[in-house]
Write a protein that binds this ligand. Structure first.
Ligand SMILES: Nc1ncnc2c1ncn2[C@@H]1O[C@H](COP(=O)(O)OP(=O)(O)O)[C@@H](O)[C@H]1O
Ligand SMILES: Cc1ncc(C[n+]2csc(CCOP(=O)(O)OP(=O)(O)O)c2C)c(N)n1
Ligand SMILES: [Mg+2]
Length: 303
């Protein structure tokens, strides 16, 4: 074992140190003390070694970014802003202190982008690395999955499919030396969240962790509407041609990546005249329609 628990805590204390006035008591006591808003949004997501990440595929910095992004995205998808995060980490004991430090630096990097503070967590030994984060955010008017209305459009904050493309390159052990392949690998290792998109006018919203199809179906079910996907509109998206070239090179169906791939954590929203990429419409009925061929959404239900 290359580190002691108190050494790790001391490193974490330094990395997550802040003078932010929202934090009253940070790392070092039994719990953090924070100034919350009158209405909070709370969510948790975890990342398990060999289920959500592989040590040979991703740097500790990217693993830290990715789990933080997955948590923050659930707050953004409620129309909220993330304020606080906690990080509970099971380590095997084979890691170096530097590995753990870089994991924390990745978390801090993404937390900074989100305007959030890492205020505490826990460390334990486990047979594999498991990272569970909890995020606390706020919104005075949260956007639920259940608000989609007939006549709304369906919008993506950015084109999905990049993470699935990176996952495919890694699982098939294909090495392509191009900026497009680099982008796919980087989006898989740690997705770029769409912090600047203004979806405050959305009637319903979800982040794409499982896939556009799964998340659209969740919105359709919760709202009692049908969502019709417009494949022709997806083709018009600005990054489509670039991703399509990579799909052709790998001989895969690009729509499988875009609609059935996961982990981009892009925002999927319904509403009228929203920014982003319009990929469909909300109509009367139930379920999903409009697909020109059958898609097999990769279901990431874990059991
Ligand atoms: N172990 C658990 N205990 C309580 N609630 C849970 C648990 N696991 C999942 N949930 C809840 O189930 C819902 C769906 O979870 P999940 O599919 O992980 O959503 P997401 O894709 O937004 O992370 C969420 O409201 C989540 O809080
Ligand atoms: C080693 C490895 N295998 C497979 C995947 C792909 N993968 C794992 S979980 C997942 C979907 C999202 O995970 P989940 O825990 O269901 O997230 P949540 O819906 O709770 O946000 C995907 C696409 C991966 N990221 N890493
Ligand atoms: Mg979850």
């Amino acid at each position: 074992m290359g580190f002691q628990e108190r050494e790790v805590i001391s490193v974490l204390q330094q990395i997550f140190a802040t003078a932010d006035s929202r934090l009253k008591v940070g790392i070092g006591d039994d719990a953090a003390v924070v100034a919350t808003q009158s209405q909070s949004i709370i969510t948790s997501d975890m990342a398990v070694e060999d289920v959500h990440f592989k040590l040979e595929w991703s740097s500790p910095f990217d693993i830290g970014r990715k789990i933080t992004a997955a948590n923050v995205a659930d707050i953004l998808s409620m129309g909220g802003k993330c304020d606080f995060l906690t990080a509970s980490v099971a380590l095997t004991g084979d890691e170096t202190l530097q590995w753990i430090e870089n994991l924390a630096r990745g978390m801090k990097h993404e937390a900074d982008l989100a305007g959030a503070l890492v205020v505490g967590g826990d460390i334990a030994r486990g047979p594999k690395i498991v990272i569970s984060m909890t995020a606390v955010g706020n919104s005075s008017s949260p956007i639920l999955r259940s608000g989609a209305k007939v006549g709304d459009g369906l919008y993506l904050s950015s084109l999905t499919g990049w993470s699935a493309a990176g996952f495919e390159l890694l699982t098939r052990e294909i090495s392509i030396n191009s900026a497009t392949a680099e982008k796919a690998l980087s989006e898989f290792s740690a997705p770029t969240l769409d912090y600047t998109i203004d979806f405050s006018g959305a009637t319903a919203m979800a982040d794409v962790s499982d896939s556009v199809l799964v998340q659209a179906e969740q919105i359709a079910d919760a709202s009692g509407v049908q969502i019709s996907i417009d494949q022709k509109a997806i083709v018009q998206a600005s990054e489509f041609a670039e991703l399509s070239a990579l799909a052709d090179e790998l001989k895969v169906d690009i729509l499988q990546w875009i609609l059935a791939g996961g982990e981009d954590h892009a925002l999927l929203a319904t509403g009228v005249n929203l920014p982003g990429i319009r990929i469909g419409s909300v109509i009367a009925g139930s379920g999903i329609s409009g697909l020109e061929r059958k898609m097999t959404p990769v279901s990431w239900s874990h059991f």
